[in-house]
Structure formats: structure tokens, C-alpha cells
Design a protein around this ligand. Structure first.
Ligand code: SF4
Ligand code: SF4
Ligand code: FES
Length: 329
């Protein structure tokens, strides 16, 4: 049976668009526009209509209008989206209006156009290129092929169109300028699992120290990604590979390993033990004041937890998870 055609009856679409021209405005404001458009109309088409018919000063970036170039990423009702592939109908149904703002975590140059230098600087910092492996030198004048199974290990990452929607959505980027960002880490993963790359160990060692563990595992990057690159899953893989390859070298990895060990031991966290394993006994002395404050407010957190029911089953799960996977071989 043929699929039902999308309804084309125009809907009233109230837009609130972030406007800021540093040459004239002391602070940003939101301009309101109301259009009548078919529900399947992409947000980008609506913005271009506003620019062409109502306000030619509206400034935005776009190019392909086909979800390929990545340049039209912006905040649509507070979510990082590609404007050219976001239809207005569902947005109006859900929110009653369409609020358009520039991408986050990057300085606004004008209206919806941001300065992407921080995004690209972090991308450059992970050395996003193959570092030749002396034991597997590049053949001269012919390809350096991989097997299909080797290519499969990073099949999602080449889909990335560098739109920075993940970067805009990431709270770790917002909180810490050292964090490389989800797209850069997904790209790093691509080189770490490439068997032709000779810098695997060095890459993992560096990224352990340079922000890998700042990721909060919130998965907002994966939710925002229009190409299903799944950066948060690649970051999870990197963490696992970093611990296996270079050990627990700083508090982030120590915390993760101690967390897993705590749960395996009793099925519950022992907060004191976790802090001691994460920071070490000496550094923990510096946390005594905070420990006392927690103890006063939540004494139950400082008690040794009783093992939970079903602990044996939980440990069996751990054993099953520790079976070496294809990825780690
Ligand atoms: S999962 Fe990590 S990288 Fe992704 S948005 Fe959250 S903090 Fe950022
Ligand atoms: S990982 Fe996804 S959201 Fe991030 S830059 Fe690439 S395509 Fe865009
Ligand atoms: S205009 Fe190219 S991705 Fe939207």
C-alpha cells in the first residue's frame, strides 16, 4: 500500500529568531516573524523566506540544503539540529512556536553565524590524520588496503559531516575548555582502531591526560548527531581501550575502574572507598573537609554497604562482560 502523502495544508508558524549584530546591538534580542507554510517545510526554507521577503539583514550559514554540508546547524527549540532537514510541522505541534538560536559553545559573530574556530582547533588537536606505522609502511604507488572487518570497526565515523551539532550540545565542552569535544573524539577513535596507524599507544596515552574522562556520558551528542555517528559510544570505546592499553593513569580512569570494582564487590557503591581509590590516600586528606560535610548531611553515604541480593548473578554478568570482544582483540 502506498504511504500516505504528508499533509500540505499550511500552518501558522510563529518564529522567534535570535538576532545580534555586534556593530549595532548592545545585547542580543529575539525578533518575531509569523509565516504560513506547509508543515513539511524545512526550518531553513522558512528562514530564507524571512530573509528574502521580510528582513534581508538576517544572517545565517547554509549551502547544500540536503543535510550534506553541515553548515546550517543551529538550535531549533533548544535542540542542535540541521535546519535544512528539520520540518516546521512537528516543532509547532510540540512547542507551539519555533525558537531559533545560534549553536552553543561557540562565540556568535552575527545572528545565527558562529565562530567555529574553537571547534576546529579541538579537532586539529587530536591529529586527525594517519600517522604512518613503520612496521606497516605505506606502499608506494598503490593502495594500503584494509580488510572489510577492519573497516567495519569505524564504519560510523566517516558519516560525520562536521556540522558541530554534537559540540554545541555537549555540556563537557561548555564546562571545560580542555575537553576535545565529541566529534574530535569520534574521529580519534577512527584512527586508534585503524590498523595502519602507528600512533595508537601515544594517542591513547595523550587523550587519557587531555580530557577523555571529562565526558559525562550524557549521550546528548549522540542524540544531536544527524548522521548517527554515535560519538558517545565511540568515547566509551576509547575509554575502554585507554584503560587496557595504558592503564589507570589519572583520576578519571581510576574513578571508572574503582566504580566498577565497587559494584562488583557489593552491588552498591562504597563512597568512601570510591573516593580513596580515585584520589589516593594522600590526596584524599585534602578532601577531608568535604568528606565531613557529606557525612553530616548524608551519613548513610559513608557507611560500608551491605551486599545486595542477587550478587552472584551480578558477578556472573561481570564475568560475561569481561570475555574478550572482537573489538578488543
Ligand atoms: S556524552 Fe560526553 S561527549 Fe557526548 S555530549 Fe555528553 S559529555 Fe559531551
Ligand atoms: S559527529 Fe555528528 S553531530 Fe558531530 S559533527 Fe559529526 S555529524 Fe555533526
Ligand atoms: S545546508 Fe548543508 S547540511 Fe543543511
Amino acid at each position: 500500500m502506498a504511504a500516505a502523502a504528508a499533509p500540505r495544508t499550511p500552518v501558522v508558524a510563529p518564529f522567534e529568531v535570535y538576532r545580534f549584530d555586534p556593530a549595532h546591538d548592545a545585547r542580543p534580542h529575539y525578533a518575531r516573524y509569523t509565516l504560513e507554510l506547509a508543515p513539511h517545510t524545512p526550518v531553513l526554507t522558512a528562514l530564507l523566506k524571512i530573509r528574502d521577503e521580510i528582513d534581508p539583514s538576517l544572517t545565517l550559514r547554509y549551502s547544500c540544503r540536503s543535510a550534506i554540508c553541515g553548515s546550517c546547524a543551529m538550535q531549533v527549540n533548544s535542540k542542535s539540529r540541521l535546519a535544512c532537514e528539520t520540518p516546521i510541522g512537528p516543532e509547532i505541534e510540540r512547542h507551539g512556536r519555533i525558537v531559533i538560536e545560534p549553536m552553543r559553545n561557540q562565540p556568535v559573530l552575527r545572528d545565527l553565524v558562529v565562530d567555529q574556530s574553537p571547534f576546529w582547533a579541538r579537532y586539529a588537536s587530536i591529529r586527525p590524520h594517519l600517522v604512518s606505522d613503520p612496521s606497516r609502511p605505506m606502499p608506494v604507488g598503490r593502495e594500503n588496503p584494509m580488510t572489510p572487518a577492519e573497516v567495519d570497526r569505524f564504519k560510523e565515523t566517516p558519516r560525520c559531516i562536521a556540522c558541530a551539532a554534537c559540540y554545541s550540545a555537549c555540556p563537557a565542552v561548555e564546562a571545560d575548555p580542555q575537553f576535545p569535544g565529541p566529534m574530535a573524539l569520534a574521529k580519534l577513535y577512527r584512527f586508534v582502531v585503524d590498523p595502519r596507524d602507528g600512533a595508537r599507544q601515544d594517542r591513547l596515552l595523550r587523550i587519557q591526560r587531555e580530557g577523555l574522562w571529562l565526558c559525562l556520558r550524557c549521550h546528548l551528542c549522540t542524540e544531536a548527531c544527524p548522521k548517527d555517528v554515535r560519538p558517545s559510544e565511540r568515547i566509551r570505546d576509547l575509554k575502554e581501550m585507554a584503560v587496557q592499553a595504558v592503564g589507570v593513569t589519572e583520576p578519571g580512569s581510576r574513578h571508572a575502574v574503582a566504580f566498577a570494582e565497587n559494584i562488583r564487590r557489593a552491588g552498591m557503591l562504597n563512597e568512601f572507598r570510591l573516593a580513596r581509590q580515585t584520589f589516593g590516600p594522600v590526596a584524599l586528606l585534602g578532601q577531608v573537609g568535604q568528606g565531613l560535610r557529606i557525612w553530616r548531611k548524608k551519613p548513610e553515604l559513608m557507611k560500608r554497604p551491605h551486599p545486595i541480593e542477587g550478587l552472584d548473578e551480578l558477578r556472573q554478568l561481570y564475568d560475561a562482560l569481561e570475555e574478550p570482544s572482537e573489538e578488543s582483540r
